[in-house]
Ligand binder design. Structure first.
Ligand code: ATP
Ligand code: MG
Length: 592
């Protein structure tokens, strides 16, 4: 089986370079810059989340790209919180973001920064732009500001406050800062060009009044910088050389460059400038967002799913969040493998979620210990097996990894098998257990079904079977064959477990593509979670630690959930993925 390292629908990805990682267009730029000794041979990238929610798989792509680029080229990658909007941001989100980046396997060492670290510098620079006649205080309410912006085909209208003197602007701006005016009553705007073809250059707002407590600066500020004013300058201050972001920021680049050009023109230099050789400015490169089928990725929508209890929190295993994937049992290496494998595109596309699951399965196949569990137990009594006797059978822990060794599995007179592995009146292609038929119990014996015991309403209650002691270990000395091997557990020794089976959270590939009047909430999958409360697992499943993933033979991969009561031996397992490999099928169909 080939790993889907190349996306057939995306001809802008480039093939594998040395080191097993993929080269992409960012690498090419970085390599050129290194060979021309631009930025004195330094490479600095950053991952700049806004701490207003948990990170998702799209962020993982950005993390792998930014940290990965730095790692590949001996640079550094900063973790910067773009914390300019205190009404939506929380310390808890900052903590969770850091935990997730670390869990993914990346390290920013001492390079942890916050846009709020630069609030003083930004304020100081804003006053300098006011003095230079490049910014003014505008008294239009926010709705008026956006209305006067104009459209792509019509120019904007100049604010009646555009002509204020620097003196007047400085006075008003200081008073804005001091908290003299109510929220939304005034803004500081850059004085650029209300007829600029790029709307971002039509006198954008730099500061708004917001009497809000900030998770880091507390009550110090009554005004907060807009993202666009803070973001580019933060990169500049930190000496970021390659500012990698998603395509929607392409039109903001001229504004970021305008700010830096103006500041340089009036002699402002950031303290931590990268190159002493001359004026430096970060260079922005855009790539296409990652989108996945059956998934929404906007933080606003994810927040809504959590807040309105459509899921059980940010780390619900159905969520596309990194913490949800961790809880579900996705290994970080599989997420990294997926992110590296899809390359870096310049055009929007949506990837099949089964492609991510392919990486999860590939990884877990190598690492997950095999165990036996029965989700829908049917009692089997081995009538010729002595009562009270137990047999300890050897079971291989992982056929892919001989070093994983083997374990003992108890066998006794009463067992459970999967209800769907028996049919009283089997159709032609059903090879599993049926009356009079012999099958193998994995690692154990051949058994033959002798009798079906029913309850009063005719439901199958129990199977009475016989076993052949000569087939211990699962092979018949006389060479006779059986057509099926079933998993099973000993009734007396089994643990009761809860198993949570997950499916896509949405029923539609593109949940956002909805007719008028409908939203993604209308296509939530009512069957995205099925809870099996009476599953049975072999006793060694008790030795699993939270987060560890097992393969339950023939069923799939399952991660031990933090809801487990390990002291009481009451495990809860999340199904990570099934064993079926739909991506491989997609590939096979595409003729790969
Ligand atoms: P919002 O701005 O709606 O809150 P966001 O998804 O842009 O959400 P940020 O915290 O600003 O969230 O994102 C941090 C970084 O992750 C940004 O550089 C952004 O470009 C990148 N990023 C966000 N979503 C994706 C995605 N789906 N694919 C790739 N990169 C992404
Ligand atoms: Mg954003």
């Amino acid at each position: 089986m080939n790993a889907p390292d190349h996306n057939p629908s995306n001809n802008e990805t480039t093939p594998t370079s040395g080191g097993g990682r993929l080269a992409n267009f960012i690498d090419e730029v970085v390599e050129q810059d290194l060979s021309s000794h631009k930025h004195g041979g330094k490479i600095v990238t950053r991952f700049p989340p806004e701490p207003n929610g948990y990170l998702h798989i799209g962020h993982a792509k950005s993390i792998c790209l930014n940290f990965g680029t730095a790692l590949k080229h001996h640079g550094v990658c900063h973790l910067r919180m773009d914390d300019t909007n205190p009404t939506k941001e929380e310390q808890h989100y900052i903590d969770m973001i850091q935990r997730d980046v670390r869990w993914l396997g990346f390290d920013w060492s001492e390079h942890e920064y916050h846009a709020s670290d630069y609030f003083d510098a930004l304020y100081d620079w804003a006053t300098k732009l006011i003095e230079a006649g490049r910014a003014y205080v505008c008294d239009l309410p926010p709705e008026e500001v956006s209305k006067s912006r104009g459209t792509l085909t019509t120019p904007g209208r100049e604010s009646p406050f555009r002509g204020r003197t620097a003196q007047e602007n400085l006075d008003l701006f200081t008073r804005m800062r001091n908290g003299e005016f109510p929220d939304g009553s005034r803004t500081l705007r850059a004085k650029i060009d209300m007829a600029a073809p790029n709307l971002n250059l039509r006198d954008p707002v730099m500061y708004r009044i917001l009497h809000a407590k900030h998770p880091r600066t507390g009550d110090k500020w009554a005004i907060y910088p807009m993202y666009d004013w803070a973001h580019g300058q933060s990169d500049w201050i930190e000496g970021v050389t390659h500012s990698i972001c998603t395509l929607e920021f392409e039109d903001h680049k001229p504004l970021y460059e305008w700010y830096i050009d103006q500041l340089q023109a009036i002699g402002v230099q950031p303290q931590r400038a990268i190159s002493k050789a001359g004026p430096y400015r970060p260079r922005q490169y855009e790539f296409a967002r990652l989108n996945l089928t059956y998934t929404v990725m906007s933080k606003r929508k994810l927040l809504e799913l959590v807040r309105d209890k459509h899921v059980h929190g940010w780390d619900d295993p159905r969520m596309p969040t990194i913490s949800g994937m961790r809880r579900r049992g996705y290994p970080p290496s599989a997420i990294r493998g997926f992110c590296d494998g899809i390359g870096v595109a310049r055009r929007e596309n949506t990837l099949d979620i089964s492609r991510l699951q392919f990486h999860v399965r590939e990884e877990l196949n190598k690492t997950a210990p095999r165990r036996m569990a029965v989700l829908d137990p049917l009692r089997v009594v081995i009538t010729n097996y002595p009562e009270g006797q137990t047999d300890e059978l050897d079971a291989v822990n992982n056929p892919e990894n001989p070093a994983a060794g083997s374990r003992k599995v108890p066998f006794a007179r009463e067992l459970f098998i999967e209800r769907e592995d028996f049919m009283e009146d089997p159709p032609r292609k059903f090879f599993r257990l049926a009356p009079g038929r012999e099958v193998r119990l994995r690692y154990a014996y051949f058994i033959t079904c002798q009798e079906v015991v029913k309850d009063a309403s005719g439901g199958i209650q129990q199977l009475n079977c016989t076993y052949d002691p000569a087939t211990r270990g699962g092979d018949a000395p006389d060479g006779r064959k059986v057509k099926a091997t079933l998993h099973w557990v000993s009734a007396e020794h089994a643990l009761d477990a809860e198993v949570r089976l997950y499916d896509h959270l949405f029923t539609k590939e593109d949940p956002e593509d909805q007719p008028e009047g409908k939203t993604y909430l209308d296509v939530l999958n009512p069957d995205s979670l099925k809870v099996v409360t009476h599953a049975k697992t072999e006793p060694s499943a008790a030795n699993t630690s939270v987060g560890e993933v097992l393969q339950f033979e023939r069923l799939g991969y399952f991660a031990l959930d933090p809801d487990s009561d390990t002291a009481a031996k009451k495990p809860v397992f999340n199904r990570t993925v099934t064993l079926k490999d739909t991506w491989a099928k997609v590939q096979a169909k595409a003729g790969d």
